[in-house]
Design a protein around this ligand. Structure first.
Ligand code: PMP
Length: 314
């Protein structure tokens, strides 16, 4: 049987025992923050690589500062705990890791102060998130992205995902794969769980940090590999919705979505309608990097298991 342990308020316990009360503050008010980290199985090396784990815990700490939630440990210690949890579960496939920091007090009352903080991590097997062969079909959502003065999107707040869920459900029930949300002033913000890039005139363009986006770790990865590996610059600026329609290529980035090509937006074909050549190149580089096959970027990949005798350095 596959082990399924969780880390729950300081202890490793079977997932089935990691339970919260229905009175938990976060359950009632959405007052938590979380991360999604991918672990990539490298079958040749029999190794599981966790992609940019310290950056994820760094972002979790920043989300926590916005919500007034203190993490129980340093980033280094949380990375160590995560590795131990995965070793206990011992997966031999791609996984998703979900750390969550939350208001655990069992009280009635909307606030962020004078509440106790909780912390948990669980893991699950994980494959493709957006499974749209040949590119996904997107729509512009009728739901606007939460504004920084409403709920700050730069913090990965549990409650924010109501905004994302409204947009995603609207998109899917209307026959699309994913929603692209605009800011209140009508600029492109992001997908329900992804950042967005367009490629036009030899440069990548992506909304800047003041466009109510989560500053994605995959976004930062793509900006770096486009520059270092392909010599392609990324411009961070406000983007009009109509620019997406005329771009040569559009793609989404995220831990879950990885690099997902966009084939269609609002029933208009993007570029040639398939996977654009640059998107394909970025995907190839990205998938090599995340499985620990690019020595240059090996520091982004944390190995979980003790190095096996058959392990080869990439
Ligand atoms: N925006 C939103 C709303 C998200 O949920 C995610 C996924 N975490 C992203 C962007 C992409 O962030 P990352 O690349 O760090 O996963």
């Amino acid at each position: 049987m596959v082990a399924n342990n969780a880390y729950f308020n300081g202890e490793f316990v079977p997932l089935a025992e990691a339970k919260i009360s229905i009175m938990t503050h976060t359950f009632n008010y959405g007052t938590g923050c979380f991360e999604g980290i991918r672990g990539y199985w490298n079958a040749d090396e029999e190794q599981l690589y966790l992609f940019r784990m310290p950056e994820h815990f760094g972002r979790l700490a920043r989300s926590g500062r916005i919500l007034g939630i203190a993490l129980p440990d340093s980033t280094a210690e949380l990375c160590r705990i995560t590795i131990e949890l995965i070793r206990r579960n011992n997966p031999r496939e791609d996984v998703y890791i979900r750390p969550i920091a939350y208001k655990k007090s069992e009280v009635i009352g909307v606030r962020l102060h004078n509440l106790e903080d909780g912390f948990a991590i669980f893991t699950a097997p994980f494959g493709k998130y957006i499974d749209a062969q040949g590119g996904c079909r997107c729509c512009t959502s009728s739901w606007r992205r939460v504004d920084d003065n409403a709920i700050p999107a730069r913090a990965k707040v549990t409650g924010i995902y109501v905004n994302s869920a409204l947009a995603k459900t609207e998109a899917q029930l209307n026959g699309f794969d994913e929603a692209i949300m605009l800011t209140h002033d009508g600029h492109v913000s992001e997908g329900s769980g992804e950042n967005i890039f367009l490629y036009a005139d030899g440069a990548l363009v992506t909304p800047g940090s003041s466009e109510n986006i989560l500053l994605g770790i995959t976004r930062a990865t793509v900006i770096q590999i486009a520059r270092e590996e392909l010599g392609i610059p990324t411009i961070e600026r406000s983007i009009d919705r109509s620019e997406l329609y005329s771009a040569a290529e559009v793609f989404l980035t995220g831990t879950a979505a990885e690099i997902t090509p966009v084939a269609e937006i609002d029933r208009r074909t993007v570029g040639n309608g398939g996977i654009g050549p640059l998107t394909a190149q970025l995907q190839e580089i990205f998938f090599n990097i995340v499985r620990g096959k690019q020595r240059k970027y090996r520091e982004w990949c944390t190995p979980v298991y003790a190095v096996s005798h058959s392990g080869s350095a990439g």
